[in-house]
Design a protein around this ligand. Structure first.
Ligand SMILES: [Zn+2]
Length: 72
């Protein structure tokens, strides 16, 4: 009767991301054009190397359009 908990621990095994292919979205969600990048993910991420960089850099125009601060 311990099958279940074994399954659970198997599913939680080490990996941070459950994805093997890049989940970076292209196109408008809900349209036929919409798809994911699909490249191989970087270890521990849901995106490929290029998209990890994009995902973790500061959004360009989401905040106020303040000029870049010089890096401190
Ligand atoms: Zn990608």
């Amino acid at each position: 009767m311990s099958d279940r908990s074994e399954l659970v621990s198997l599913m939680r095994v080490s990996k941070t991301s459950p994805y093997r292919t890049c989940q970076w979205p292209y196109g408008e969600p809900g349209t036929e054009d919409f798809h994911f990048c699909g490249r191989k993910t970087s270890e521990g991420f849901s995106y490929c190397a290029a998209h990890v960089k994009m995902a973790y850099r500061e959004p360009e125009s989401r905040r106020d359009a303040a000029p870049r601060r010089s890096a401190a």
